[in-house]
Design a protein around this ligand. Structure first.
Ligand code: KE4
Length: 412
């Protein structure tokens, strides 16, 4: 299948990380998902810790979502016109996350982050944005940047096709480094529109905010009249029902959501203070649009998932307990980072608190671990620099089987 796929789709995949390039071997082609398992085309049942990269907090094909999708098929899938369901989803997000006074639904996390950035620029009239090395906000041109030569200098393109001029609108600094953020504000006084951060980083592997980091960003943004944007596409409704901002008690000016709010279908959202969001067309001068934005099919799936999570708050204590158990073994040469049901086994003995420290990992040993686990029926993210996810469908027995497979790797 990979050979045939590669003739018509770059690398045979519709998203690069799926290609297993950093762990070697070819990707598995999946036939179906059920509960916490994926079944591949050869019939292997694998305990799935990717969960479609975060959305499937209830596991594959949760009853509440499937029933919602079946019901909405009776009325259609997309109208390109407002529907009552969209109001319900926007209100559900606002009720769970009070900083989201107003919400715009879009179709991917990239769109959500990109739009939030544009709104911050339009609202402040400023051009520059600060982001953090190792944080990923989708394939937004101006955010595909790596740090410039010195700290707090303008970014350099990190992908072909991104003109240097675009990259130069972004300053990339180390995660958890408030001094670097302060220096960037000092170096570019009055020019920085926003600081965009994954409040719990997941795209360099799981890296929690250091104590005081988020509070420090809040103060620096307030003092410099820049907007603080939390990219909660991954950690939103994952680390708590109120997201990372609810967990840590720090309120951003804008937030991007995705993944879980779509219930496994393509829904994402951005929003924040009404004062800011009223700059968005058709009310204000900042343009953003989308053919399928808020379509009833995806909205119904998202609404079913958020409703379930709201009505069953015990989900989060269950996930906390099971993920803590999964991460409780002292595996030699491994540092485990975890926030709620997001986790990463880093193959290093040093603490991992930013991208530089994450890059010290032994990625070859991680690749060997990845394939060992796969052979033992456990499907981890095919990269050291990704987070894994425990969902409600992971029973205690699945967690124990995973721990046993991991212990065997280290015993060998
Ligand atoms: P999408 O455009 O892929 O829906 O969302 C982009 C995005 C934005 N912000 C954060 C914090 C994200 O984690 C993501 C996407 N996450 C990756 C996982 N590392 C999706 C997997 C993939 O790229 O295939």
């Amino acid at each position: 299948m990979l050979e045939r796929a590669s003739k018509v789709i770059p690398g045979g995949v519709n998203s690069p990380v799926r290609a297993f390039r950093s762990v070697g071997g070819g990707p598995l082609f999946i036939k179906k998902g059920e509960g916490c398992r994926l079944i591949d085309e050869d019939g292997n049942a694998l305990i799935d810790y990717i969960g479609s990269w975060g959305p499937l907090i209830l596991g594959h094909r949760p009853k509440c979502v499937i029933e919602a999708i079946e019901a909405v098929l009776e009325i259609g899938t997309s109208f390109g016109a407002p529907t009552e369901r969209e109001i319900h989803l926007a209100e559900a997000i606002r009720d769970a996350v009070p900083s989201m006074e107003m919400v715009r639904l879009v179709n991917s996390g990239t769109e959500a982050a990109m739009s939030a950035l544009r709104v911050a620029r339009g609202f402040t009239g400023r051009d520059l944005c600060i982001k953090f090395e190792g944080c990923y906000h989708g394939h937004v041109d101006s955010l595909l940047v790596k740090a410039g030569s010195g700290l707090a200098t303008l970014g350099l393109s990190d992908s072909a096709g991104v003109p240097p001029a675009f990259a130069a609108t972004t300053i990339s600094v180390p995660f958890n480094d408030l001094n670097a953020v302060a220096a960037a504000f000092e170096n570019h006084k009055g020019k920085i529109a926003s600081v965009m951060v994954e409040p719990v980083a997941g795209n360099m592997g799981c890296v929690p905010p250091a104590p005081g980091f988020l509070e420090g960003l809040r103060k620096l943004c307030t003092d410099n009249e820049a907007l603080l944007i939390f990219d909660e596409v991954m950690c939103g409704f994952r680390v708590s029902f109120g997201g990372a901002q609810g967990l840590y008690g720090v309120t951003p000016d804008m937030t991007a959501f995705g993944k879980i709010i779509g219930g496994g279908l393509p829904i994402a959202a951005y929003g924040g203070k009404a004062e800011v969001m009223n700059y968005v067309a058709p009310v204000g001068p900042i343009y953003q649009a989308g053919t399928l934005s808020g379509n009833p099919l995806a909205v119904s799936a998202g609404l079913a998932m958020l409703t379930y999570l709201k009505e069953h708050p015990e989900v989060y204590t269950t996930l906390e307990k099971r993920t803590a158990a999964l991460c409780s073994d002292n595996l030699p040469g491994v540092t485990v980072n975890r926030v709620g049901s997001m986790f990463t086994f880093f193959f290093t003995t040093e603490p991992v608190y930013d991208y530089e420290s994450a890059k010290k990992c032994d990625t070859k040993r991680f690749a060997a671990f990845f394939h060992h686990m796969l052979e033992h029926g456990v499907y981890l993210a095919p990269s050291q620099f990704e987070a894994g996810f425990v969902g409600l469908a992971h029973e205690d027995a699945d967690i124990e089987a995973t721990r046993e497979a991991a212990r065997q790797f280290f015993a060998a």
